[in-house]
Ligand binder design. Structure first.
Ligand code: TRH
Length: 387
């Protein structure tokens, strides 16, 4: 098509986002969300370069992983090949998660009559230093200045990805029990009567068995939904079953375990809205669980030298600030046990004592975060201030 020829692309695509998939689905999950939102809410022409279309296809099944160029939700999706095709640079260049741009492309940025705005969209962290670094100049390449753009929870950061109307949609959905049941049914889920519905998305975790045992021993039934993925082997080991297939629930005392197929990103959101408690991981599902307004548990992505533990502590500090001392201690103990793969038995029982407070707080936190400018809007504003 004419759109994919390089000269036309330079005229049409004013924003280029680069995503190198390092691991899992967070890299593409975040950039895909941002690309769509820039198109839908800010009328930007966006080109998203992704080096792994198969990972993309998992969260967005309409992607054709064989196609080098395709339009999805108004975003031009381009496969980012090892051999860089000679493409012109856009007005705004967003490199996600410090990915290295092709050298020839950096030359193309520098060769433009007017240098582009070049941003590094960083990882999310609640640490204090983030606000001080957000928006600062980073490196320069042949006169083109790169800037740090940090997502975050505080007013001095770039904020969080949040589509317009998201919280209203979520509340509307949660206010319609039949819509919830219909959606769950479409996933093959009929919640066990009187049960607490929990979703479990996590990395491998030796603490899983102790949590499942605590849920099985509990007086109230739990229906646990586990999207296919890395934590499944631990769940299977505890069940002592052959590989679990999506769709056939296993019951152990009070606990029903059901594996779910990996669903499209929009449906994963809805799944979070349906549940009373969400275990999430990484970066994008972590934010979406906050928008779901329900109590949650975060399995943070491990980093070298345990620097992820500082991030965990920083978030917990913010998140639990307004909780009573007892509820605060309960949340801290649960999250710390989960992230050190320690026993979840006592921390889980303890959290149940504070359930009403923790549940009300999840909605309150969502409201508080939702009152700040969203990341896409902050990015557009950054550009307007820059020109
Ligand atoms: O997949 P992740 O572990 O991604 C991680 C993190 O982003 C981490 O910070 C980063 O360093 C690493 O990747 C490279 O977890 P995350 O961020 O929650 O991304 C999962 C995405 O998958 C998210 O967009 C939601 C989506 N998803 C679906 O679309 N359907 C599903 O069924 C599930 C379970 C998830």
């Amino acid at each position: 098509s004419t759109l994919s020829s390089s000269s036309a692309a330079s005229d049409v695509y004013k924003r280029q986002i680069f995503c190198s998939v390092v691991d899992n689905y967070g890299d593409i999950g975040v950039t895909w969300r941002l690309a769509r939102q820039l198109v839908a809410e800010h009328q930007c022409a966006v080109q998203l370069w992704v080096d792994d279309l198969r990972a993309f296809e998992k969260i967005c099944p309409q992607i054709d992983s064989q196609k080098a160029s395709q339009i999805q939700d108004g975003v031009q999706v381009r496969h980012w090949p090892a051999q860089w095709p000679d493409e012109a640079a856009a007005d705004v260049v967003i490199a996600a998660f410090a990915c290295q741009l092709p050298h020839a492309y950096m030359d193309a940025m520098a060769d433009r009559a007017r240098a582009p705005l070049w941003l590094n969209l960083d990882y999310l962290s609640a640490e204090d230093w983030v606000g001080g670094c957000h928006g600062l100049p980073s490196v320069k390449f042949r006169g083109v200045q790169k800037y740090f753009f940090f997502p975050g929870f505080q007013a001095d950061t770039g904020g969080l990805l949040r589509e317009a109307g998201l919280l209203e949609q979520r509340r509307d959905f949660q206010g319609r029990p039949q819509a919830r049941l219909d959606f769950l049914k479409s996933l093959g889920v009929s919640p066990v009567a009187g049960s607490r519905l929990i979703s479990l998305f996590a990395y491998e975790n030796a603490g899983v068995a102790s949590w499942l045992q605590a849920l099985a021993d509990d007086g109230q039934p739990t229906h646990l939904l586990v999207p296919e993925g890395r934590v499944l082997a631990d769940v299977q080991r505890w069940l002592g079953e052959e590989p679990l297939a999506p769709g056939c629930p296993q019951v152990r005392q009070s606990l029903t375990v059901q594996v779910l197929p990996f669903v499209r990103q929009e449906d994963y959101d809805r799944l979070l809205w349906c549940c009373d408690f969400n275990a999430v991981r990484g970066e994008d599902s972590f934010v979406r669980a906050q928008w779901a307004g329900r109590p949650m548990l975060w399995h943070i992505y491990r980093q070298d030298e345990d620097i992820h533990l500082d991030k965990l502590e920083a978030f917990l500090g913010l998140y639990t600030r307004t909780l009573s001392p007892g509820a605060k201690a309960a949340v801290l103990a649960l999250w710390q046990a989960w992230n050190s793969e320690a026993s979840m038995a006592e921390p889980w029982k303890n959290l149940l004592q504070y359930w009403p407070e923790v549940a009300a707080h999840a909605e309150q936190w969502c409201l508080e975060q939702g009152s700040q400018p969203d990341l896409a809007a902050a990015l557009v504003q950054f550009y307007l201030n820059w020109i």
